[in-house]
Structure formats: structure tokens, C-alpha cells
Design a protein around this ligand. Structure first.
Ligand code: SF4
Length: 408
């Protein structure tokens, strides 16, 4: 989400012919697109600001945006002014705090003259290559998982209109875009009037051109049979999905307020694999949630093994002030959290290596993004011996593998 937000900022400023520099010391305007998922992420931003402010900031404009920049006052359905004032008091080196939803106001905030605008097209290109596009479908979240700050930081779920999403994707495809990734905190709950996420995917699929579609991140409670049918049987969908399970223990899932049972996730995976055994499943999991026992943790391990999950984004639980879980005692020690993280990582690495090995000598479609580097139809990173034309899809034989990807 932050990469996509960063790209929106980039597109707006590029359209006013402002030049980007990667060295913030040379910049007149600095953007901090922040994360709030853990206290550590916020501390990093504060630490950077304190370290840099006296010697290097001079007259720079320092703009804070993203999750750390806002807390929603849900009662009055607006950004909390009190929180904003506290932030500015605590971090006097910040010159502006901007809600990411108001990013189109940037030229006004920065006093940029409208006549300087050279291009009004807004395309969400990925930061590194023009073939992968990230497209936000919504802001905020109403799920209130007990450990998560997003519903308070980003506010209520607001779905972007279908027309706007499709316009961006159309632009991207007509500019040689090849992988469309739809983004949302809970992407498969997207709706616009009477249209649901399946309708949106079908509309994207109808766009002319050779390209692949995927989406992040999926919540098991919203993963319908219709969605499974679509992604496993229609050609334009990448054969990979990240479905956030968080835990294999129903007791912990209940404490997390996730509103599904572990069996729901297992059933989704079984149905997907029955349709396409090569389909890759990855997930997110939290280890060391309050009261998590060895038995609860072993249920996560068993689930990952049963579903042959090939990668897990692991979060060691840490308290976030303002969430429901922050009122629970964080009673799992850091050393146990680290130990569980290591066990889970090793378990998944072993599954991934085994799954990669099964692809040896098989031919798979690969989209080249550099002469020797590509992305497979199953969303593996691929390194090739021979050089190929970037932007083209080739059928390549797998002749080697590592834990991180395939060699063709
Ligand atoms: S679905 Fe849960 S974890 Fe994901 S953003 Fe919403 S509240 Fe947070």
C-alpha cells in the first residue's frame, strides 16, 4: 500500500515537472510515507527525524503521510486534530501532515502553480519497472482485528469507484503494463454500488491485451467459491494468492477477532489445489499473540504444512496502543516469539524448496522484466541463463531452483 501511495505522490509531482532525487539531502521536499503496524516502524521515523533535523534539514519541507500521520476520530468521521497537534509538537521537524486520501491537494499545499502542470495522466506504476502496476481499490478498513491499528489510523473502509480503478488499469495496459496488482487492506471485500470484487476482476479481465492479474491481501472470510473458480480457471489470473490466516488456532483467531475458523482457510486451500495443484498459496501469520501456547502455535505449523503454504510474512506480536489487544497482557516472552518465528520460517522454507524442486524440467510461462530476470505465472522470481526481451512472456523450462526462486 505504501509503495502504491508513494507512486501516487510521484505521479502527481512528476506531472508538475518536479524532479525526484533518491538522496534526501539534495531534496527541497521530503516525503515520509509511513507505516504504523508496529511501534518500531514509528520509532524509526522519529529517530531519523531527530538525527537529521539540525544539520541537514535547513529550509526543507518535510511531509509526513501514511498510517503514522493520522488517527481517525471515528465518532466525528474525521482526522483527529488533537493527534495531529500532538505529532507536530513531538516532531517539530515535520512541516506538513497530509492524509493520503487528500494527496490530490498536494499542488495547493506546496503552492505549485497550476500552469506548471505538463501531464494530467495518473498511472500507478511500480517503482522499479514499468511492467508491474499497483492499483489501490480502497482506503481504510472496518474489520477491527483486535491487534491492528489500521481501522484507527486509516479510518473507515472507503472503496474507490470502479470507473477510476479501471481507467488507471486501462492506461497502464496501453503503456505496455503486464502485471496488474489490485491492492486493499481487505481487497476481496471491495464493492461499488451493486458491483462486488468478482465483477471488478471480470471487468479487468475484459481489457484487451496480454497481461496477468493478482490482488493483495485477501481475508479468508471473504474468499468465495466464485472467486476460487475465477482465479483457478481463467487464464489472465496469476496462479498465486496471499490469503492472510494469522493463526492456525481457533482460540487465538477468536481473540484476534478474525471471524473465521482455521478450517475455513484449509477448505479454501483444498478447493484451490483441487482445481490447480501447482497454484501457490502464501500467507501472513502472527506469532506470540497474548496467551498463545505451544499447542496453539503447533496448530499454525500443522496448518501451514497441510496447506503447503510456500511463504509466510511473519509478525512477532507487539502491542499497539489504542487496539483491543493492547488491553490483553502480552504474556509471551520475546525469546519464545523469536523461537516460534524461527520454527515457522524453517518449516515454510522447507515446503518452498520442496515445491520448487517439483517444478524441475517443467515448462512455465515467465514474464521478463529485465533481460535475465522475470516473474513466473505462479509469481516466482525467475533468473534466466539466456537473455530475453523485457515485457514479453516466454515458456521456459525450469533447470534449477533456490529457496528464493527458480532458474530457467
Ligand atoms: S483486515 Fe484486520 S489486519 Fe487487515 S487491515 Fe483490517 S483490521 Fe487490520
Amino acid at each position: 500500500m505504501n509503495t502504491a501511495d508513494g507512486n501516487s505522490i510521484r505521479n502527481i509531482l512528476n506531472s508538475y515537472s518536479l524532479t525526484e532525487t533518491k538522496d534526501w539531502r539534495k531534496a527541497d521536499i521530503i516525503f515520509l510515507v509511513t507505516c504504523s503496524i508496529r511501534q518500531q516502524a514509528e520509532d524509526k521515523v522519529s529517530g531519523w527525524g531527530i538525527k537529521s533535523q539540525n544539520k541537514d534539514f535547513n529550509d526543507k519541507t518535510v511531509i509526513l503521510t501514511g498510517c503514522m500521520a493520522q488517527r481517525y476520530d471515528r465518532e466525528n468521521n474525521q482526522i483527529s486534530e488533537k493527534y495531529k497537534k500532538t505529532l507536530l509538537r513531538k516532531h517539530p521537524w515535520i512541516t506538513h501532515i497530509i492524509n493520503i486520501k487528500e494527496i490530490d491537494q498536494l499542488p495547493k499545499i506546496l503552492n505549485i502553480d497550476d500552469s506548471d502542470q505538463i501531464n494530467t495522466q495518473s498511472i500507478n506504476y511500480d517503482i522499479n519497472n514499468k511492467y508491474q502496476g499497483l492499483f489501490s481499490t480502497s482506503h481504510g478498513c472496518d474489520n477491527f482485528c483486535s491487534y491492528c491499528i489500521v481501522p484507527y489510523a486509516r479510518g473507515e473502509l472507503i472503496n474507490l469507484p470502479k470507473k477510476q480503478i479501471l481507467e488507471n488499469i486501462n492506461n497502464f495496459i496501453s503503456n505496455d503494463g503486464k502485471i496488474v496488482t489490485l491492492l486493499g487492506q481487505n481487497v476481496n471485500s471491495w464493492e461499488d454500488e451493486s458491483r462486488n470484487f468478482i465483477d471488478l476482476l471480470k471487468e479487468v479481465e475484459k481489457i484487451d491485451g496480454e497481461f496477468w492479474i493478482n490482488f493483495l491481501s485477501s481475508h479468508p472470510k471473504d474468499f468465495s467459491n466464485e472467486l476460487i473458480d475465477l482465479i483457478t480457471t481463467h487464464e489472465k489470473f496469476l496462479k498465486h494468492c496471499n490469503i492472510a490466516v494469522q493463526s492456525g488456532s481457533d482460540r487465538i483467531l477468536n481473540l484476534m477477532n478474525r471471524r473465521y475458523k482455521a478450517q475455513t482457510f484449509i477448505d479454501i486451500c483444498d478447493q484451490i489445489k483441487a482445481k490447480d495443484p501447482l497454484f501457490r498459496i502464501t500467507t501472513d501469520a502472527i506469532v506470540g499473540f497474548p496467551t498463545e501456547t505451544d499447542d496453539d502455535f503447533n496448530k499454525t505449523i500443522n496448518l501451514v504444512k497441510k496447506c503447503e503454504v510456500e511463504m509466510v510474512y511473519i509478525g512477532k506480536y507487539s502491542q499497539r496502543k489504542g487496539t483491543v489487544a493492547s488491553k490483553m497482557t502480552d504474556n509471551v516472552s520475546l525469546s519464545i516469539k523469536k523461537k516460534r518465528e524461527k520454527i515457522l520460517r524453517e518449516c515454510v522454507n522447507e515446503i518452498r524448496e520442496r515445491k520448487h524442486k517439483q517444478l524441475l524440467n517443467k515448462s512455465i510461462p515467465v514474464l521478463m522484466i529485465e533481460p535475465n530476470k522475470g516473474i513466473s505465472y505462479y509469481n516466482h522470481e525467475v533468473i534466466t541463463e539466456k537473455k530475453y526481451k523485457p515485457g514479453k512472456i516466454y515458456n521456459l523450462e525450469v533447470n534449477g531452483y533456490s529457496r528464493s526462486g527458480l532458474k530457467c
